[in-house]
Design a protein around this ligand. Structure first.
Ligand code: SF4
Length: 334
């Protein structure tokens, strides 16, 4: 079952981001704005998933702490209010690790091997990432949700198979040990994949991102290099804005002029150099308040640390209650 963000009733929402790199505009548009909106009317738990980062970045583990810090700054700068949601660091909630061991005992390996991204990622990143932890990450992901009795999980269509696996694990546990765990539902986010500088999905692994920590000048320089419609070489060539990532951003950040831009692009009256410069101005204008808040937060490291410590303390209280229930249901009570 799914619900749209607009129709969702107040409930426990669980979401997170992997601490494997810096936040970029794709995170902001595709997830973070939704996080902020959901926190207005739900009880939200937002996890900085550093253990998940280890599944693929175990050889570069020293980078994870910087990523955790960048995510915390990015979340707060984008408007997440620590009074309205619980932000925490995954590995600082050890109950998650114990719950993961317990759920791994009942999760068939065949369920994990059939996760679509499992083989794709090994093909993309190499056989060295095929570790026990990488195979088992859907179990850890399930625990991220059930530890906090998450009822709703904001996901895109492409993540539905992962959530379905989580639901299967929950059903198996409840069948074996009683009705203890909550089966989460998808809260579908309709936002399309945000294109990166090269036209593929914006992603750290493709090195095609505009970072939330980039300066105005860095952002403008990146937009200048952005991929456009390859058939539009000269200004007078008719373009196809519907396949152009620059136009994707114009529609979001310059909506009042988007139809005129599309018309002039198609009619050969607008050149890509001019359009990119215009788009960069509008994108920078939208990012200016985030950059300002980020600078303020960077000057208050104690505040950021306290937000995470306080959130992690609250998260642990909830996860500890779940762990007690799970241990009792299994019979691990001495
Ligand atoms: S004019 Fe603008 S919308 Fe058209 S192809 Fe160039 S950058 Fe894209």
């Amino acid at each position: 079952m799914t619900a749209t963000v607009a129709t969702a009733k107040r409930r426990r929402i669980m979401a997170g981001m992997r601490a494997s790199g810096k936040l970029h505009v794709g995170h902001w548009l595709g997830a973070l704005q939704n996080f902020v909106a959901l926190a207005e009317s739900n009880d939200c738990f937002y996890e900085i998933a550093d253990l998940h980062a280890l599944t693929t970045n175990f050889a570069r583990s020293k980078e994870i702490a910087d990523s955790v810090h960048d995510i915390a700054l990015g979340w707060l700068a984008a408007g997440l209010d620590p009074q309205r949601c619980t932000m925490f660091i995954q590995s600082r909630v050890p109950e998650i690790s114990e719950l993961s061991v317990l759920l791994s005992m009942i999760t068939p390996v065949s369920w994990l091997e059939r996760v679509p991204t499992y083989k794709d990622q090994i093909a993309a990143l190499g056989p060295e990432i095929a570790t026990h932890g990488f195979l088992g990450y859907p179990v850890l992901q399930t625990v991220d949700i059930i530890a906090f009795k998450g009822q709703g999980v904001p996901v895109g269509q492409d993540q539905l198979p992962h959530l379905e696996l989580c639901r299967e694990i929950v059903r198996r546990f409840n069948h074996l040990y009683g009705d203890v765990l909550t089966e989460p539902e998808a809260v579908l986010s309709n936002f399309p994949a945000v294109p990166g500088l090269d036209g593929r999905k914006m992603s750290k692994s493709y090195d095609n991102s505009i970072l939330l920590s980039d300066t105005e000048a860095e952002t403008t320089a990146k937009v200048k290099e952005m991929y456009t419609d390859p058939s539009k070489i000269r200004k007078s060539d008719p373009g196809h804005p519907e396949i152009c990532p620059v136009f994707f951003f114009q529609e979001i950040f310059n909506p009042g002029n988007a139809s005129d831009i599309a018309h002039r692009c198609r009619a050969g009256q607008l050149g890509c150099v001019e359009d990119k410069a215009d788009m960069a101005v509008h994108l920078n204008a939208a990012l200016t308040p985030l950059r300002q808040r980020r600078r303020e937060l960077e000057a208050k490291p104690d505040y950021v640390r306290e937000v995470l410590e306080d959130g992690t303390r609250r998260a642990r209280e909830v996860a500890a209650r779940t762990l007690t229930e799970v241990r009792a249901a299994i019979g691990l009570t001495y």
